[in-house]
Design a protein around this ligand. Structure first.
Ligand code: FAD
Ligand code: FES
Length: 278
């Protein structure tokens, strides 16, 4: 299966839109199935290039875990040409898919048997959801699971039903915040780092997985350091402008690293000295 995907890394496969749902004013949820019937074969943290014929291609994180259900899920924010074209398609329409590409959150290796803290800023919950659902599906293989999630406003919260379900679980510690609350909001108000005083971290057995806009990394890593966490135990997912997605065009280069191939998931220990990585 993986060999087939690599046979021509530039040739998209057709996929059909199974489901499309509005999530917020700017984000839509999509479920795609490859027309060949094969599983995408991804792991949490990876992305795929999604194309609209005649418009172009965009790298998008895979938001579902590998479930073996013959489809995969994404959340797409409308920002420009390709993402607007994707927002205009509906169920039954075709898109092109290349991938999966990139490195993975170490759910099957480093994270096993550890306390896990997920920190999501805004759209960062989209790739993290794949890892969160993976961990919760195999809950007994991990120790304490904590999720910190923040958005700018209440209206920008994603996957609200799933957040509500995670909040009810006794084996998950979920803390949410919004930068600006409203009358309906009864939880924390402030940026995602304001949630750190509510949690405990044992740095000897915790892995942190962080995903959000660049400013989130900078300040979340400072908070994690206050708990004496080691850089090697902090994983981040870096977003860069990408074209090929497979280490050929150089669009995503961060000094000697290609975000598409060496990342998007990096251990912070591997990039702390790389200029402008974060
Ligand atoms: C690994 C990876 C995973 C991503 N996952 C998601 C996801 O799950 N959901 C989602 O909605 N988006 C995601 N993105 C961002 C998405 O790829 C861009 O928003 C998209 O490529 C924009 O294409 P466009 O043609 O609609 O916009 P364009 O018309 O190309 O550009 C619109 C504006 O967005 C800027 N832009 C384009 N690409 C990027 C980028 N990668 N980072 C920052 N600015 C950019 C352009 O410079 C321009 O200002 C991801 C990007 C990467 C690299
Ligand atoms: S996107 Fe082409 S090298 Fe990374």
């Amino acid at each position: 299966m993986a060999k087939e995907a690599r046979a021509d890394i530039y040739l998209p496969e057709y996929a059909t839109v199974k489901r499309v749902l509005p999530m917020t004013q700017t984000e839509k949820y999509f479920e795609f199935a490859l027309d060949s019937g094969r599983e995408l074969g991804h792991m949490p943290g990876q992305f795929a290039e999604i194309s609209v014929p005649g418009i172009g291609e965009a790298p998008i994180s895979i938001s579902s875990p590998p479930e073996g259900k013959g489809s995969f899920e994404m959340v797409i924010r409308k920002v420009g040409n390709v993402t607007t074209a994707l927002h205009n398609i509906s169920e039954g329409h075709k898109v092109g898919v290349r991938g999966p590409f990139g490195t993975v959150f170490p759910v099957e290796t480093t994270m096993k048997g550890k306390d896990i803290i997920f920190v999501a800023g805004g759209l960062g919950l989209v790739p993290l959801r794949s890892a969160i659902k993976y961990v919760l599906d195999k809950r007994s293989q991990y120790q304490n699971v904590t999720i910190l999630s923040g958005t700018k406003t209440v209206a920008e919260r994603l996957f609200t039903d799933e957040l509500a379900a995670w909040a009810k679980r006794t084996d998950v510690n979920l803390f949410e915040t919004v930068d600006v609350g409203d009358a309906s909001w009864k939880q924390n108000v402030g940026v995602v780092t304001t949630l750190f005083p509510k949690i405990k971290i044992d740095p000897t057995k915790t892995i942190a997985v962080v995903c959000g806009p660049p400013v989130v990394y900078k300040f979340v890593i400072l908070e994690l350091r206050k708990f004496a966490m080691q850089n090697r135990d902090i994983y981040v997912s870096l977003e860069r402008n990408m074209k090929c997605g497979v280490g050929k065009c150089g669009h995503c280069q961060i000094n000697s690293l290609y975000a598409c191939q060496d990342g998007p998931v990096f251990s912070y220990a591997d990039i702390e000295n790389v200029r402008e990585a974060i």
